[in-house]
Ligand binder design. Structure first.
Ligand code: C2O
Length: 549
């Protein structure tokens, strides 16, 4: 592979959306940020220079980071933040991956405006396992707030209130024609008839899973999270924050006299308020002789039909359609046996407020989110440094529970005690552990889908279902042949999902809900994967410019 160099200058930029102008944190003044393009096997070197008042880190979402955990990016997990005036060079090699990923800020809520696509092409001369597209187009979904996002989240965390829902969803940074004051701010995709387009969809929204559909067009899903899948046709997609989906769009053979909207809106199952608005882009067919079409008749605008905002059944059906290619060239390396089994509950609860907080909940409590009833407390120094230099004392403890502290009917009546604990706890895994992890949604404050993201690994989704996971019956139905391989999976609302991964990458790996508000509330934990015995099984020492806390 070759080496690709990028420079990311973190700086402020004024941007106008929905008729309001504000100053946002950007990379190189661009919103969305610059696209990174590389090939499988390439080394990517990105120098990040921080020119703003906020501390920052950048995460390369979905990149395996084999032996390069220092470049992963989550603040206080693998690195201390890059402070004002400082810089840090992220340096990693893309091994065994090709497809669509993205990068985003990984501190506080800065990823609201600091994100961009990361496209990994196959090695030179290696074709896609599907028809070569005429053109490739990244489409990145986001959310837009009129208010200053950092101020909003800081206030929300101090007062225990929920942050405001966003003012718009966006496609490539643009809300689109269905919002007031936004008719011109629409993403337009100009297409020729009778061609195949590869759309690289990325959900970079902060807090919403999305349904996506293109009016009057059926698409073929060919890849998710930079892993090829068995192609299948659909009219509507489900895409959670943290997930990417590549689809083939075959355009109609003749230019129709119509404009087709490509639209996305929330798939929301939680008890919290949500934004029921729709972002839309415009699919525009090229018209060679425009006389008859544009002068005589205005083209009609067609909108796609999207499922109801809470259509959990649709989401589950869509998720079950996804299968690994499991071919000779792209085998599914599902661990057939496991060394360690974990059962983690994910959901919301209440936490006792500390003395310096304004507290809105009953009995001096506020909303928190937890895994196995532990709400993760962000440490004051990076876990990876503490681990690597043997200085974990006072930073983290290794007693993250393998099972919830008490069992109850997770989809029915909440337990009498809905208070969660807190701590900076990790699970330590010996090198090469084959892990099975069942993630169970709890309905303590309402059932809710949680897009769980694991850093440093792809995992296989071997099972999923509604209701309580049954350790006696459900494993018999696990798919160990062609389960989907990915880095972010929706734990179904009122249900469970089972994943397997091979802990072959030493380092400290964050796992969290990719709904940013849940991460802020503590729905996160970390795995510490130990070095192996051989030299190529060890994490090298950190680069000399690694930021200090
Ligand atoms: Cu895309 Cu830890 O995040």
């Amino acid at each position: 592979g070759t080496t690709r160099h990028y420079k990311f200058d973190i700086k402020l930029q004024t941007v106008t959306r929905l008729c309001q102008t504000k100053s946002i944190v950007t990379v190189n003044g661009q919103f969305p940020g610059p696209r990174i393009i590389a090939r499988e096997g390439d080394r990517v070197i990105i120098k990040v220079v921080n020119h703003v008042q906020n501390n920052i880190t950048i995460h390369w979402h979905g990149i395996r980071q084999l032996r390069s955990g220092w470049a992963d990016g989550p603040a206080y997990i693998t690195q201390c933040p890059i402070q004002t005036g400082q810089s840090y060079v992220y340096n990693f090699t893309i091994t065994g991956q090709r497809g669509t990923l993205f990068w985003h800020a990984h501190i506080s809520w800065l990823r609201a405006t600091v994100y961009g696509s990361l496209v990994i092409l196959p090695k030179r001369g290696v074709p896609y396992p599907f028809p070569q597209p005429f053109k490739e187009v990244p489409i990145i979904f986001g959310e837009w707030w009129k208010a200053d996002i950092e101020t909003m989240i800081n206030q929300a965390m101090q007062t225990g209130g929920a942050p405001n829902v966003s003012d718009a969803y966006t496609m490539n940074g643009l809300p689109g024609p269905l919002y007031n004051c936004s008719a011109k701010d629409a993403f337009r995709l100009k297409v020729k008839p009778g061609k195949t387009y590869l759309l690289r969809l990325i959900n970079a929204a902060l807090n919403d899973e999305l349904f996506f559909s293109i009016a009057n067009h059926t698409v073929t899903v060919v890849e998710v999270d930079a892993v090829y899948v068995k192609p299948f046709k659909t009219n509507t997609l489900v895409i959670t924050p943290g997930q990417t989906t590549n689809i083939l769009l075959k355009t109609k053979s003749h230019s129709p006299n119509a404009t087709f909207l490509m639209a996305a809106r929330s798939y929301a199952t939680g008890p919290a308020a949500f934004d029921n608005s729709t972002t839309a882009g415009i699919l525009e067919y090229e018209h060679k002789s425009s006389v008859s079409n544009t002068k005589n008749r205005k083209p009609s605008v067609l909108k796609p039909a999207l499922p109801m905002f809470n259509d959990t059944i649709f989401a589950m059906k869509f998720s079950k359609k996804l299968r690994s290619l499991a071919s000779n060239k792209f085998p599914a390396k599902v661990p057939q046996t496991v060394n360690r089994r974990f059962f983690f509950t994910v959901g919301l609860g209440l936490i006792q407020c500390s003395r310096n907080q304004a507290c809105p909940g009953p009995n001096n409590t506020m909303v928190a989110a937890a895994i196995n009833n532990v709400s993760f407390v962000q440490p004051s120094t990076a876990l990876l440094q503490a681990h690597f230099f043997g200085k974990s004392k006072g930073v983290y403890t290794t007693d993250f529970p393998a099972n919830p502290p008490f069992k109850f009917n997770y989809t029915g009546t909440p337990p009498s005690n809905i208070l969660v604990n807190s701590g900076t706890k990790v699970v330590v895994l010996p090198f090469n552990t084959r892990v099975e992890l069942v993630l169970q949604d709890t309905s303590i404050i309402g059932a809710e889908s949680h897009p769980l993201h694991l850093h440093g690994f792809n995992f296989y989704v071997v099972g999923q279902g509604f209701g309580n996971f049954d350790p006696k019956k459900d494993p018999a139905n696990f798919n160990l042949v062609d389960p989907i391989e990915r880095n972010t999976v929706g734990v179904p609302s009122g249900g469970w999902v089972a994943i397997r991964f091979h802990a072959d990458n030493p380092g400290v790996w964050f796992m969290h809900c990719h709904l940013e508000v849940h991460t802020s509330w503590g729905l996160k934990m970390a795995w510490v994967v130990m070095d192996g015995k051989r030299p190529n099984q060890k994490l090298p020492p950190p680069p000399s410019d690694l930021p200090k806390c």
